[in-house]
Ligand binder design. Sequence first.
Ligand SMILES: *[C@@H]1O[C@H](CO)[C@@H](O)[C@H](O)[C@H]1NC(C)=O
Ligand SMILES: *[C@@H]1O[C@H](CO)[C@@H](O)[C@H](O)[C@H]1NC(C)=O
Length: 427
Amino acid sequence: MLDRRSSTLLTVLLFVSASAFVEELDDSFMERKGAEDIWLIKFYAPWCTFCKQLDPVWHQIGSELRSLGSPIQVGKSDATASPGLAKEFRIRGYPAILMLKKDVTYNYLGPRTKDGIMDFADRVAGPLIRSLTSLQLFQHAMSRHDVMFVYVGATSQLKTNYTSAAETLIIGTYFFSATRDVLPKAVSLASLPAVVVFKDGTYFTYSEEHDGDLTAWINTERFPTFSQIDSYTLYAMGDSGKLVLLAMLEQKHLWDQSLRCKSLVEGVAAEHRDTYRSSFYFGFMEDSSYINGLVMDDIILPSFIIVNLSNDGYFLPLGAVETEQQLLDFMDGVLDGSVEIQGGNGVSQRIRRFVYDTKVTLMPIFTKAPLFGCFLLGVPLSIGVFLCYLCCKRRSSVDDDDDDDDDVALIATLSQRRKKSGNKKSD
Ligand SMILES: *[C@@H]1O[C@H](CO)[C@@H](O)[C@H](O)[C@H]1NC(C)=O
Ligand SMILES: *[C@@H]1O[C@H](CO)[C@@H](O)[C@H](O)[C@H]1NC(C)=O
């Protein structure tokens, strides 16, 4: 009895102390905060289940940053109770995670895990460009990062461009600088200053002539050529206009066939990197829900798919892919147009996708509570039918083409919303 009481007390104490690490922020926050403050803030709404799932993670982050003596202050704000603050930061979906550092806002778009968020906080709160002053520091950084950008040389216009790239891309990657003598002798640079990316066990040097804009180049190069890919990464890769070749694997337990698929992609990425690097990222996925949404079906696992995230299009192999040559043929087929694109973001696809999304959302409700499901579907359906009736009536009296544009705009908004929710996983 005593034990239970003391453990309850302990829980309460722990909860109180954990809450103390996370401050509840209201509309007065902007006036109260110091100019030099660094804040990690979560915006939530009381009804949002994804926000509730994030609660324990948020408490952990708060207490961990406090015990590490970090300058980062952790807060949360109920966007329904303090709409002014949410408006200030243009919050559209929940939960929204952002960092405020010297009046600049950095939005977090990665997975909502403690490690992911802590890494983001550490990256953004620290110096924009981290100086590597010795070979040891360089090697230490290399061991910690799969992809590492390093500016080599003295102050220059290139350094100014590098700094401005870092200002926007720090949310996604670390930026370093070093002098030539710090880098290993084996690294050969044609001239200085230079921007180098170390990844895939090698390095690539930026050339304005070949690679164009530095920020765009960094945005493209910030992913390893081959890696495990989650839906957030996949979405972020879309900006580059590259295709992504994915081995879709079973979750958790990988059978022989899954392992073969994965190593086939890894092999092609390693051995044919120079040929395909400019058009492809390579990777594997163990959670197929994003791809199922894209394909609008449950895809077969394991399997291969190539996705074009710039237009929501995808490609499936025409026959079985069991050898490296068959995989290369598939990729070449996509590049030369002989493998037909499926999906995409045309109007008919958007309508199909809307129907699919509705089905996926409503299905679980129907199986769990059929009556409630009927009610849920019935009300908007009858409103819809009524609106259709009004619309037709109006159309037969006034022949007006403008309505078509409205429909397209509506579908576009829905598809936009889908993209966003694919990114944030909830809205
Ligand atoms: C820096 O960026 C500007 C455009 O933003 C470009 O015109 C210039 O050539 C770049 N300079 C270097 C050295 O990369
Ligand atoms: C991917 O989509 C973009 C945007 O629609 C398009 O320009 C590009 O050609 C597509 N790539 C392939 C290989 O289909």
